[in-house]
Design a protein around this ligand. Structure first.
Ligand code: AMP
Length: 338
């Protein structure tokens, strides 16, 4: 069943209804084949061979936990990332057209196809081992929300057990303020230690009021976090409809928040594990020089220098994330009809 009344009494500046319909319910979706049982072995061997061949740059980092109330932000410090090559005078004078690395992925980074529409590839510039991407074979814009088939592909990838002691975190940076650097549609995956409780894990531990959760699609938020974010649990063995309904519910609230704050462009972060989905609208790409993407919004920040680490510690990770997110709006302002 499709949600027919999603928006508010006011005329939306952002055409939420049509976005939800076009992206989530637009077409008939074929079931995707599951990933092979050998995928974890494949990713481990491909990762090693790509590093050995020099096709994959792995940047070592250290991790520091910064507590914030009942949350812990794990900050990865990778100073070598800051040392980008400086363009020559000729390169600056005649900039090349933007290269799309996902149209013809490098063979050393290619893992496998997923159905007819997706390929899985290793991240060429990894800080976390076995970081991989699910890219569309044809160009599709990263500024579009996830479609039904994208959600299905994401779910299939999340089943892979790439590293013992870890679960996979999927994330999607959508829109120009979301921390995305590539315009071709890609959902990313990194292993995260099982014992690390991310913001959505803690938010869900507060529970969802039973009266509001009649159909399992009323999002919750962490009460101590100032930025707008929406979390829903994912049931065991979800159908594609289960995934779509949950994503639609989170996206509708995100679009409403963007509109209430007068945002002119649609930027948000999506993150997902086998247990939950999370979406947070974005108002800024970085704060104090610290760029934040979906991983940062759920509790995994990246510092590209000791100065950035100090900035995060002194400012507080909740303040950094609040500055790049958008303030929460009240349920009354949300005016949802479903
Ligand atoms: P985002 O910055 O969120 O758009 O994610 C894009 C990801 O693609 C980054 O993690 C990059 O490291 C990665 N990337 C960039 N170029 C390539 C490439 N040629 N092959 C594979 N991954 C790449």
């Amino acid at each position: 069943m499709l949600p027919t009344r999603i928006l508010t009494k006011q005329t939306p500046q952002i055409a939420t209804k049509s976005i939800l319909r076009a992206n989530c319910f637009g077409s008939f979706i074929k079931m995707l084949p599951p990933l092979s049982d050998t995928f974890p072995d494949l990713i481990r061997s491909k990762f090693s061979s790509a590093v050995d061949a020099g096709s994959l740059t792995f940047t070592p980092s250290t991790e520091i936990d910064v507590p914030a109330g009942d949350l812990t932000f794990r900050v990865r410090v990778a100073p070598n990332l800051a040392q980008k090559p400086v363009p020559t005078r000729e390169e600056t004078a005649a900039p090349k057209p933007k290269f799309n690395p996902f149209l013809n992925p490098e063979p050393d980074l290619f893992l496998c196809d997923l159905g007819d529409r997706y390929s899985l590839i290793l991240n060429k510039f990894s800080i976390v081992p076995y970081h991989f991407l699910c890219i569309t074979k044809e160009f599709e814009p990263q500024r579009a929300p996830l479609s039904e088939e994208d959600l299905s592909a994401t779910w299939e990838c999340l089943q892979a057990n790439v590293e013992s002691g870890s679960r996979l975190l999927a994330f999607y940076n959508c829109g120009e303020l979301s921390g995305a650097s590539q315009e071709h549609k890609h959902v990313q995956f990194i292993p995260v230690p099982h014992d690390l409780r991310l913001l959505p894990d803690v938010a869900l531990s507060y529970g969802i009021p039973v009266s509001k959760d009649a159909i399992g699609q009323f999002p919750t938020s962490h009460p101590g976090v100032a930025f707008a974010h929406f979390v829903l649990p994912v049931p065991k063995n979800p159908s594609t409809d289960d995934l779509v309904m949950r994503f639609s519910s989170l996206l509708a609230r995100t679009l409403t928040t963007l509109r209430e704050h007068g945002q002119r462009t649609i930027s948000f972060n999506f993150a997902m594990t086998k247990d939950w989905m999370f979406v947070a609208p974005r108002g800024q790409e970085s704060y104090g020089g610290v760029s934040v993407n979906a991983t940062g919004m759920v509790g995994l920040l990246l510092a590209k220098s000791e100065e950035q680490l100090d900035f995060i510690k002194n400012t507080g990770p909740l303040e950094v994330t609040a500055r790049v997110g958008l303030p929460r709006i009240t349920e009354d302002e949300q005016q949802h009809d479903y």
